[in-house]
Design a protein around this ligand. Sequence first.
Ligand code: AHR
Length: 659
Amino acid sequence: MKTRIASRYALALLLSGLAAAGSRAAGPVLRIDANAPTKPVSPIFSGLMTEEINHSYDGGLYGELLQNRAFLDDKTNAPVHWTLLAPAGTAAEMAITQAFPLTDKLPNSLEIKINKADPKNRVGVANDGYWGIPVKPDTVYQLSFYAAGNAGWEGKKKHAPKEAEAAGKPSLFRGTLHVSLESADGSKVYAQADTQPVGDHWGKFEVTLKTGKDVTPSAANRLVISAGDPGILRLSLVSLFPPTYKNRPNGNRIDLMEKMAGLKPSFLRFPGGNYVEGNTLWERFNWKETRGPLEFRAGHPSCWNYRSTDGMGLLEFMGWCEDLQMEPVLAVFAGYSLQRQAVAPGPLLETYVREALEEIEYLTGDAKTTYWGGVRAADGHPVPFKLRFVEIGNEDQFDHSGSYDGRFAMFYDAIKAKYPDLQLIATKPVTSRKPDVRDDHYYPRGFDFIKDIHHYDKADRNGPKIFVGEWATREGAPTPNMMAALGDAAWMTGMERNSDLIIMHCYAPLFANVNPGGSQWTPDLIGYDALHSYASPAYYAQMIFRERGDSIVPAELQGEDGMLLPYSVTRDAKNGRFIVKLVNPEASARKLEIKVDGAKIASLAEAVTLSAKTPQDTNSITEPDKIKPVASEVRNAGAGFSYELAPYSVTVLKLRAAN
Ligand code: AHR
């Protein structure tokens, strides 16, 4: 594959060299026909796709800073991401116990037997977060946890601290706890506080930790809970949140929300992707298990090799939509899991159909007159959500049992009977029913995308509308490079020219934690670690393409010089502006004549350009701003003008109507 791409570059270089040597004198002409009938651009054309992959939520967007907060992450019962701090002069041990569950959903707690400690020789436990804990100056962190002293010790001898056991009496831990946000080696303490004494039974502790103004931002940090008294201490659901976007409780990381806001997304497709399916039927996205207080969210193994806390649950997805004013596109589990487990259409599937109906009622039902609407109100959102799109499953073309047609029909009939206005999305072509929309997915290399820009030009306009629910050029890692941005931009021109048919599209995957082991799929649009995030060139291609009109203007590229030059033209009825998108995937600059027939164009126009020196150039955590869009003025615009496209560039021209 590398050789093929490399030879394409070589060919492109050769051709562009020839062109520069003179064969391009006439040059291509983009003829825009302002008099021709237009088609409307879908008003919800571009959005976001999301699922738990690459630590997108846990260790990503979801604000929680502590990893393994409920001690459920390790099958061997070792408290991963927790360390016992028992310095000289103390004696202690820690283990996970199931003897004192906080709730039936959170059966594990961390038991610390403190055999020897005093106020000057403290025993503690530390959590190292998701590849660190971001500490920033003048910032308020909300810590909460459950702690219990000795309750239930009697009769459970193995839970007694050794010294107490030797003395034949229980050791009652009744001390206060000290909590601190500190550097990984403990040499710097950024914020600290003491709690009230711990009681016999589970009690919730909520502590505010505020850092000072002169703290330098860092990630190599830990959260420590320590005690200066002997006894048995148990901890459960230990959670630390930084400030969240719009201060939403249990909310999202601010920088990542801001990056998404920069794309002005119209909708959010969730919760998958493969994540909705799960590896097995019992590891599906079981929405009921993701609602309610965190104390009752057990989490589940995700299909991307780590456990999900389900802190990002169904209601949190909706909050995310509200915060960014996005329309929800809800994918429901449709009886098929990744290990090729398909539930046959018929009585067995009814359970899952009912689960989907209940999910829709939870989101849209009246709080007073529907059961699940009432549950939603009790969960904190009395006002029903607006929902127009429901996707039945994900990538069911991989179900080789051929059950999707039958499964889709059962979901379709049940949902349409109760919610006739809902638009139902099929994940592959079906014949049993006519879906309102079909979801198509694409993950090619850059030049394959560029060559495929006419994919939908002649597609059937009488069939279902199209949702390109996952697409991305697979070049660059962990995030897309400039070649990917060129492939993506080319593909987006094709989608935009067909945005009468393609009502929605969204890139996938959206996020990657770029730490070693943090991601399972490349490339991903936005990269981050605990402290920083950055946007890829592909992100910027989408950002500048977000500027679009409301109608598709017919245009034609004439006198092509044998090189690919993807384009798309839309017009904004509000101000009469033409928005011209152009992609030059080649190594040389290219001169293009632009002619607008049937409209007067002002001589002053605007251009926004994204370009790079090589297709492999990219942004990264250490060089986040290497490739960024640059805005400029075009002073020679008009109904006919010439414009030079930079090598390896994506350009958006905004042509104003002349008075
Ligand atoms: O986007 C990554 C994965 O690609 C999605 O989970 C799945 O739908 C597709 O195969």
